[in-house]
Design a protein. Structure first.
Length: 235
């Protein structure tokens, strides 16, 4: 939760360096209303497991019919990643050190949390490997989780889950390669949340392999249910 000093410091920074939309550069907000209206939000009906809208008349999507998630209870994503202003916003947060945009992106996550009627006990960001964290300097998923924690008044635990292997980037891998790349790449230490429901927070979901591997580590520690919530989902 933001302290009074942090809020005052942010207000001063906004006064000295007024926000500009990360997509169109309009003044007054990191994402202006016009660009927000261009984001394609995901709404029901959706596959109850992975959150992907299924084909007309189907109850589940093709991926869940052929390559279902093994450990996650479900994934929900706020919007689609491609061809709308969410993509440059995520790239600026993730790769360009634009940490201030996390606050408005967290409001999109909060709206999705309520839209999909999720109910959890604790938020957990998907962790980076220590080498990747040193390289980037911060974990964008942790920034999102902390901002979301403030909006939903839910606790966030950024320490229990850790990445034990420095895996390859998932971006260029197919489904099976993604699954193998992150299998047993996470561990959960010192978490006393047995019987609780955990909500994993990440920026983008493609196949859900990373979230599923995190859920595997958590359920080995007695967590009752694990859901994933991401800002965007690749089509």
């Amino acid at each position: 939760m933001l302290t009074h000093i942090q809020k005052s410091s942010q207000s001063l920074l906004d006064l000295l360096f007024p926000p500009r939309c990360v997509n169109c550069q309009a003044a007054a907000s990191w994402l202006c209303q016009n660009c927000l209206s261009q984001i394609v939000f995901i709404t029901p009906p959706i596959c109850q497991r992975c959150g992907t809208p299924p084909a007309p008349g189907a109850s589940s999507c093709k991926q869940c019919q052929h390559n279902p998630l093994q450990y996650l209870d479900g994934i929900r994503s706020a919007c689609y990643f491609e061809d709308n202003p969410i993509r440059p916003a995520i790239h600026l947060l993730k790769y360009r050190n634009h940490k201030a945009v996390a606050a408005i992106l967290a409001t999109i996550l909060a709206e999705a949390y309520r839209r999909f009627e999720l109910a959890v006990d604790v938020l957990m960001p998907v962790p980076l490997h220590p080498a990747r964290l040193r390289e980037r300097g911060y974990n964008q998923s942790e920034l999102l989780a902390k901002a979301l924690s403030y909006l939903l008044d839910l606790p966030v635990n950024s320490r229990a889950l850790r990445r034990t292997r420095h895996t390859k980037s998932q971006m260029t891998l197919g489904f099976e390669e993604r699954h193998q790349n992150v299998a047993e790449a996470f561990a959960c230490d010192g978490f006393t949340g047995a019987g609780q429901t955990v909500l994993l927070i990440d920026d983008v979901c493609t196949t859900g392999s990373t979230l599923d591997a995190c859920a595997d580590a958590l359920k080995k520690r007695g967590v009752a249910a694990v859901w994933g919530l991401t800002l965007a989902k690749a089509r």
